[in-house]
Design a protein around this ligand. Sequence first.
Ligand SMILES: Cc1cc2nc3c(=O)[nH]c(=O)nc-3n(C[C@H](O)[C@H](O)[C@H](O)COP(=O)(O)O)c2cc1C
Length: 438
Amino acid sequence: MPLPPSFEGRLRLPVIAAPMFLASGPEMVLACCRAGIVGSFPAKNRRTREGLDEWLTVIGEGLAAIEAGTGRPAPHFGVNLIVHRSNDVLQEELEVITRHRVPLVITSLGAVPELVGAVHDYGGLVFHDVINLRHAAKAIEAGVDGLIAVAAGAGGHTGKASPFALVNEIREVFDGALMLSGAMSTGGDVAAAQVMGADLAYLGTRFIGTAECRSPEDYKTMILDSRQRAHGMARHLVGGSWCRQHHRHSAHRRSGRQAGGGISRGAGSAAGPGACACSHTGKRTGHRRRQPMTRPQPSARADYPFFTRLHTRWDDNDIYGHLNNTVHYKLMDTAVNGWLLDHVGLDPHHGATIYLVVETGCSYFAELGYPAPVDVGLRVTRLGSSSVTYDIGLFAPGSDSAAARGSFVHVHVDRHTHRPEPIADAARSAYEALVKDG
Ligand SMILES: Cc1cc2nc3c(=O)[nH]c(=O)nc-3n(C[C@H](O)[C@H](O)[C@H](O)COP(=O)(O)O)c2cc1C
């Protein structure tokens, strides 16, 4: 295998989890490296030098822990750089990457000898993604260590060439590390890529339906539930390729505004509901959905911009004399729908659209019970194009620490078809008052 020597003994599977705008971050990178494959994320998923620095520090510490635990070198991880004039912070990104000595830099759009030289100077490697032989020739000339052949069917800024044609053409002129990407999902696909002449498979969409992916839950669900015939649907639903999203993002930043519609202000996440871009979702990934493993901590009253006081009833208490767990869900539902009735004009009986609950969860920290009322705090942690994720705190009167903390995901759908519908601007403005970072 013509993989660079520093890959030796690090991988359990010949796979790179590809960088995905707004979807991949340190959790994904570390989970991948723990599983024995290369993890990566786009530098653009952090908007500031400090943010990028923070993520690289978290990854560095995580990898050190993995290595200490396994006694083996961890897989490399990669950071994706957009090498294009629209990226006016490329130098800053490169400076942070150099300081952290990121082992693998994945470049897109431009292959530039100076950048390759700068990465080589600190001992890093550069893989460049290409969609045809002409781009491959330029990248080889720039001195990259590996080529990523982005073939037809790849998510995001997809290529058009057949993987067979692309790999064969590139292999005629390049005997370095070659990655193949495009609509791969299974172990059989990975093996096929190697048989065709690639060294590693480069998979993106396959990782969207994971707990570590930063995409909104309804987007993950859509990917997990879709089949081949859904091909092309996401472009319509979520607004184009990641490449255009990057450009739009840069343009917004230059004009001093936050990146547009739906970029999340949610729970410490750079991921933006409705902003994920994938030109094909038509794959049956076979991923089982998992819940995140970390247990939420009790929240405080100050975490919530809106409160409503709800009264309990005598039969809310169960045989143990406290609120039964199902009653917590009733209170959450009552608070959310009450807010929608009062602030968004929800008409459950006649409105053209309604909200369906697609996910709920609750962690319990202290007892609540009749006859005390419950103060329910609401905040929105993710406002997507058609979905809303709430964090809900249930407080005993006078207590500043939540007795229970719930998560609750609503999808805005057509009343008859139950297909997702974009949240209208007026409702979106109402929601803005509930959006609060946690
Ligand atoms: C939602 C999404 C966002 C993406 N964002 C980026 C990106 O920021 N930079 C990049 O180089 N590639 C990006 N890609 C492309 C992937 O890195 C990879 O080439 C592609 O996902 C492989 O095809 P697959 O999704 O069929 O596995 C993105 C792909 C998806 C699905």
